[in-house]
Design a protein around this ligand. Structure first.
Ligand code: IPM
Ligand code: MN
Length: 355
């Protein structure tokens, strides 16, 4: 029997509430699939920062480096100036742990929840592989003459061959493993960003040569947004840079029914990965037992898949799909027809009964 060590960061707002439901489902899955694990809680986020001025102590980073995976609720607190926690915790962890892939599945579990007219479940089933350590997110740049009428602000996008190559390769490997439409689309802006996406495009087609079984496709980012709404069925795996990936995955979340169901993984295939619902801390719903925990539950499924418990991950996906189809009235907070904890119970019960 394997014993995993899972670091848990509930974080801010509704983070701890949804993580609690994810852990309920993890427990049910472990008993059915026969693996064991321990959880180690880390108290970081807005509350700790306001109390102690600590953002991400080195001792926490050291602890996180030793675990098998990290399960994260949400980071972001309206009492803290935007950027401090996001950059100091979320981005710092992605960079320090070199989680160079941000994997975001876009899957429609039930067509009732799709805002697109006439789209069915089989039409929306793709993943976005977002580069997660470079681009505009590096923090390179600065101000000149700040606060004057001559002010200049420069924000540079850093793109390295190594960074593009490894994430593109991950996308092709993923398309092969998925074994669905067998297509990787590079989402870029080669008509304007003629340095950054020149590097991306050359690297993309060089890697594509090694995968003759996978179709290599290209779309500009603006057109990608259009096709995601008009013909999402064209996509299988989309690979893109950090900023474009951030933007198109919010659009992706909406076409699959909303933030309540959108999960993601910050993956270092050779190191420690971190899984989270991508929706944020939703402060106004905190403590009300109304937030949708399914994104956080799906994040547990992705976590298990990554650490080698693929059957467990699959069971969670199947259970979520069932609960969505048979029970839920909506994905939105307060409108699901069930409370946060009841939705967690439904998924956990389904998994226990499906031995
Ligand atoms: C996300 C979030 C983060 C990002 C923010 C909170 C820094 O929007 O995970 O998509 O931009 O990556
Ligand atoms: Mn985002």
């Amino acid at each position: 029997m394997s014993k995993y060590s899972i670091a848990v960061v509930g974080g801010d707002g509704t983070g701890p509430e949804v993580v609690k439901e994810g852990l309920k489902v993890l427990k049910a899955t472990a008993s059915v699939c026969g693996f064991t694990y321990e959880t180690v809680d880390y108290d970081i986020g807005g509350e700790r920062y306001l109390k102690t001025n600590e953002i991400l102590p080195d001792s926490v980073v050291e602890g996180l480096k030793r675990c098998d995976a990290i399960y994260l609720g949400a980071i972001g607190d309206p009492r803290v100036k935007p950027g401090i926690l996001e950059k100091g915790i979320l981005l710092k962890l992605r960079f320090t742990l070199d989680q160079y892939v941000n994997l975001r599945p876009v899957v429609l579990y039930d067509k009732r929840f799709c805002p697109l007219k006439d789209k069915k479940e089989e039409d929306i089933d793709f993943v976005v592989v977002r580069e997660n350590t470079e681009g505009l997110y590096c923090g390179a740049g600065g101000f000149l003459k700040k606060g004057t009428k001559d002010e200049v602000a420069i924000q540079e996008s850093i793109n390295t061959y190594k960074g593009a190559e490894r994430v593109i390769r991950f996308a092709f490997e993923y398309a092969r493993r998925r074994n669905k439409r067998k297509k990787v689309t590079l989402c870029g802006k080669t008509n304007v960003l003629t340095y950054a996406f020149d590097l991306w495009e050359r690297t993309f087609y060089a890697v594509a040569k090694e995968y003759p079984d996978i179709q290599a496709d290209y779309a500009h980012v603006d057109a990608t947004c259009m096709w995601m709404v008009k013909s999402p069925e064209w996509f299988d795996v989309i690979v893109t840079d950090n900023m474009f990936g951030d933007i198109i995955t919010d659009l992706g979340a909406m076409i699959q029914g909303g933030m309540g169901i959108a999960a993601g993984g910050n993956i270092n295939p050779q190191g420690v990965s971190m899984f989270e619902p991508i929706g944020g801390s939703a402060p106004k719903y905190t403590g009300k037992n109304v937030i949708n925990p399914l994104a956080a539950i799906c994040a547990v499924g992705m976590l298990l898949d990554q650490i080698g418990e693929q059957d467990a991950g699959q069971r969670i996906e199947t259970a979520v799909k069932k609960v969505v189809k048979e029970k839920l009235e909506s994905f939105s907070a307060g409108k699901m027809g069930y409370s946060t904890s009841e939705v967690g119970d439904l998924v956990a019960e389904y998994i226990k009964n499906e031995k």
